[in-house]
Design a protein around this ligand. Structure first.
Ligand SMILES: [Fe+2]
Length: 232
């Protein structure tokens, strides 16, 4: 948000600061994945402030995904890092599921082909897909209508692709904990660093849960361990 403005009564700068501080007091991450909707208006200066809040606390590599509230040109102008990450035997491969000013996920044929090409170029053993929109139904119609269409076909293509094994996926957008599976691969939605939505709500409803974040541990054998944490 523009500096000093609240979103749903939340100072999203302050909650981001608190989340980063608490997470880093627990352990040092090898990387940070920001799963989109990094700002809600305010333009390039807000993206720069987002980057500076992270950099103030941590110099781990950062992967930023665009969400439906993000604008691609502003993210580029602010030089947000949007390249896939290599971490030992793993890659974290980003998929841009957003279209500027449109709530619904958009993965057209060109994006899908580019993802599969990029995937097959990875020289590691395992890869985690990181995107903004959910890859499964979460039981809230008002959110589910905007999820990635036909995610099974996309994930089947990743499972069949040459390159690393598709080990699972992480995403944002849902502002709640999501823990699903596809063909034994975990599909993990991370809570928001600002405010949460009420699980299984028919229409837009916020939850009383505090800001949150998710730790991911990527094992050498291809397994993903994960734990959600809430701001104290
Ligand atoms: Fe979103």
């Amino acid at each position: 948000m523009p500096q000093g403005e609240l979103l749903l009564d939340t100072d999203t700068d302050a909650t981001l600061q608190q989340v980063v501080q608490q997470a880093l007091s627990e352990k040092s991450p090898s990387a940070i994945i920001a799963t989109g909707d990094l700002v809600h208006g305010g333009g390039t200066p807000v993206y720069r402030r987002f980057l500076s809040i992270i950099a103030e606390h941590c110099n781990a590599p950062l992967l930023c995904l665009p969400g439906n509230h993000d604008l691609a040109a502003e993210m580029r102008e602010a030089e947000l890092p949007m390249q896939s990450l290599t971490l030992g035997t793993w890659s974290v491969v980003g998929l841009d599921s957003h279209e500027d000013d449109v709530p619904k996920a958009n993965i057209d044929a060109a994006k899908r082909d580019a993802l599969l090409r990029h995937w097959s170029e990875q020289t590691v053993r395992f890869a985690l897909l990181a995107t903004h929109h959910p890859l499964l139904s979460i039981g809230s119609p008002w959110l589910d209508k905007d999820r990635i269409a036909d995610p099974e076909s996309l994930m089947d293509a990743l499972i069949a692709a040459s390159g690393p094994q598709f080990a699972g996926a992480v995403f944002g957008h849902a502002h709640q904990v999501v823990q699903g599976h596809y063909c034994h691969r975990p599909l993990l939605g991370t809570p928001s660093t600002a405010f949460q939505f009420l699980p299984r709500s028919e229409k837009f409803s916020t939850d009383q849960r505090p800001p949150g974040y998710r730790w991911l541990t990527l094992d050498d054998d291809g397994h993903i361990h994960s734990q959600v944490r809430w701001l104290n």
